[in-house]
Write a protein that binds this ligand. Sequence first.
Ligand code: BV8
Length: 269
Amino acid sequence: MRLIMHLRARDRVFDVPDELLDRVRKASSMSVLTGAGVSAESGIPTFRGAGGIWEKYDYRKLATAEGFREDPRLVWEWYQLRQIEMKKAQPNPAHRTISEMEQSVSDFSVLTQNIDGMHRRAGNKRIVELHGSIWRMRCIRDNTVFEIDDPVAEIPPLCQCGSVLRPDVVWFGEPLSPHVVDEASRVAGASDVMFVVGTSAIVYPAAALPIITKNSGGLVIEVNVEPTDVSSYADLSLFGPAGDILPAFWNTIVRSESFMKEHPFIPKR
Ligand code: BV8
């Protein structure tokens, strides 16, 4: 049985069957798959849809290995710009709720397509960065990886070996790291509940993860401002801004006897 609810901020009541709410409250293993939409309310633009990044920029030039080989300076100008935006941005209530969820559920993981590092800044610890991070660089000659906290000053940044450094992100046409794919698939298969928040779910293999959860008997709960490919098989779709919906829905989950009974060590709210 699939449920669809269109909610506005003031609708803080979720008319969701108790049986479904109880499955969420009793979940011992939970995960959240996030996309650009979870960071939209932090002022970080999404990729698709109105005002999306791919409307202005050609991903072939900026988010492929070929594009980087052709013009590493152009690609770095774009990533430097995004680093400046992401450094200025602050985690929003959706990020903060996902951090609270990790403190409330014993086996909890974030699977994110975002390279912005917002989940870490919001306090999450168990994060699988499916597409890498804008706060890491990698030497194209010897694959040495460097962590950075601030936008790059020089572009293109150079490794001490003299070679150019590239953003340590996964570009289109590049495989995800096998370790990341294994860990994400393991988490998806073990999840009693997977929340799918702010993703258009058209980029693979990330978009296959909720299907793994569904096929393993887990619940799939979608949060998005509009229907996506996930809506066709999600057990519950909550349509509205993640920064409104997720805090309110999680509140409904934790403010219950059965949740407190199931999670005795979680501080009462
Ligand atoms: C690979 C890092 C193989 C860089 C990114 C045909 C069919 C199927 C697959 C393919 C195909 N052709 C090619 C492929 C493969 C391709 C792919 O899936 N293409 C798609 C476009 C069809 N995948 C790949 O290339 C992957 N690699 O397949 O390798 C291989 C194997 C072995 C050997 C060699 C090769 C690599 C994919 C990773 C690419 N890198 N990012 C960077 O970020 O700079 S992808 C990038 O785009 C993001 O990371 C993210 O994954 C994706 C964007 O998706 P979303 O995050 O969902 O964002 P989007 O804007 O689309 O949607 C936002 C959503 O939020 C919307 O639904 C909106 O309604 C909602 N929203 C907005 N505001 C809010 C909100 N929701 C709630 N609240 C709000 N306030």
